[in-house]
Write a protein that binds this ligand. Structure first.
Ligand code: SF4
Ligand code: SF4
Length: 434
């Protein structure tokens, strides 16, 4: 195990031993401040990803842009040495991330319509294929337009699964289903299917040689040796797909249900209230976030598998692939597993939670509700801070505690917000259900 450093900063020429300040800054910066600066950068990177995808569809928010400028500036050398201020900035980043997620949601809905639930088949059908992975709905839309009438089938992978919920995207009949699961199954999945592949955003893996030639990136995603397409011109992808062998018919027995928007869930509000009051729904869980290849992430599968039948799970982002093939059934017509979409759709989760608190006339923290989050990608820091900014208490976090958290920061998170590292799934369920 390498030795743990208190901090790491090499952003200016004063840096210790000309390699990096690792205990305390030569400038006087404390380790906790350095870590909180890193946390703020991660959160702002997350916000930037959502702003980027909103801008792809022509939507911007000058207030969030202004915050990003202030936030970056605050991390320059010799600007701000105050840990408390960086906690405040992190909280502000959480509120700005809510605005960014609202902006992207508005962009998606105004462009592609309000999502509605849909069952998506997993696996290939006979014919040429293109697999699109990542987060960009705009890229998928352009791909669908350009492949229409070519006979090529288009599949989503990973975080493009929620695209099927949008009427403006699922109207394309050649959007035939989903292939694979979370981001980290790419090497296995992309080797298996002889399709052209498009990486539309973050979470592209360095490809294996066996599919490198048929892989493409666009936008921010780039990989040395992999062709990058410009201006959403998918002609080289289409030519490649045509040159490849057909994908085969698979049984497609696994079906994933996605596309629960706020309006669909809230249309069930009356029924949910009735079921809660009758004691038929005891607790709600929001279980999601990024998925991690770490073995500890199997916690989330075990967690959902062991939940009592009078509970409802809202899920989002790659974390859902740990359990979204389970049939949890329904409680008198209310599905027990509700996939609200991509990580930015955490805003739908927030809207639903706020609506539940209004419905029951209770503060959010008094609701029978627990957040169980999985952390992997740095942009998840933005979502964590959004939930903290809303003062959501007693969330569970795993599969590991983020590396930028030291004892001081963990104490603040535990004391102020009751944040709890995940433990044993069955024991945690007992604690959560009181
Ligand atoms: S900003 Fe401070 S902590 Fe960072 S490298 Fe310079 S002296 Fe070290
Ligand atoms: S949800 Fe997280 S892990 Fe999954 S593709 Fe998006 S950023 Fe990557």
């Amino acid at each position: 195990m390498p030795e743990k450093v208190d901090m790491f900063c090499y952003q200016c020429s004063q840096t210790a031993f000309e390699t990096g300040c690792t205990v305390k800054g030569v400038c006087g910066k404390e380790a906790t401040v350095a870590r909180l600066q890193d946390n703020l950068l991660f959160s702002m990177k997350g916000i930037s990803a959502y702003l980027y995808h909103a801008r792809e569809l022509g939507y911007t928010d000058p207030e969030v842009d202004a915050f990003i400028e202030k936030g970056f500036y605050s991390t320059l050398t010799n600007v701000n040495f105050d840990a408390g201020e960086f906690v405040k900035l992190a909280t502000e980043s959480g509120m700005m991330n809510i605005k960014a997620m609202q902006l992207l949601k508005k962009a998606h809905i105004e462009t592609y319509g309000e999502p509605t639930p849909i069952e998506v088949k997993v696996g290939s059908v006979k014919g040429k294929g293109i697999i699109a992975t990542g987060h960009s709905m705009k890229a998928l839309e352009e791909l669908l337009k350009q492949t229409e009438g070519t006979g090529i089938n288009v599949y989503t992978h990973s975080e493009l699964l929620p695209a099927h919920g949008y009427p403006g995207l699922r109207k394309y009949k050649h959007l035939v289903g989903q292939i694979g699961g979370p981001w980290f199954d790419q090497k296995k999945t992309f080797s298996k299917y002889p399709a052209a592949i498009v990486g539309t955003s973050n979470c592209v893996l360095i490809p294996k040689d066996e599919y490198k030639e048929r892989m493409f990136t666009l936008g921010v995603a780039q990989i040395p040796g992999v062709k990058h397409i410009e201006d959403y011109d998918f002609s080289p992808v289409i030519e490649t797909a045509k040159s490849l062998p057909d994908l085969e018919d698979e049984p497609r027995e696994t079906v994933l249900t996605t596309g629960f928007g706020a309006s669909t869930i809230l249309s069930l509000a009356g029924k949910i209230k009735e079921l809660v009051e009758a004691g038929k729904i005891k607790h709600f869980f929001v279980v999601g976030g990024c998925d991690s290849p770490k073995p500890q992430a199997s916690y989330y599968t075990e967690f959902v598998k062991n939940l009592p039948e009078d509970t409802i799970v809202l899920t989002l982002a790659c974390g859902k692939y740990r359990f979204n093939d389970m049939d949890l059934g329904d409680i008198e017509g209310v599905p027990r597993l509700i996939d609200i979409g991509q990580c930015n759709d955490a805003i739908v989760g927030i809207d639903v939670v706020v609506a539940l608190s209004e419905l029951f006339g209770m503060e959010i923290n008094d609701l029978p509700l627990t957040f169980v989050l999985s952390w992997m990608e740095q942009k998840a820091a933005a979502i964590l801070w959004s939930l903290l900014a809303l003062n959501i208490q007693n969330m569970y976090l795993g599969p590991i505690i983020p590396g930028w958290v030291n004892e001081d920061i963990l104490n603040v998170l535990v004391e102020n917000y009751g944040l709890t590292p995940i433990g044993d799934p069955k024991e945690d369920i007992k604690k959560m259900l009181g």
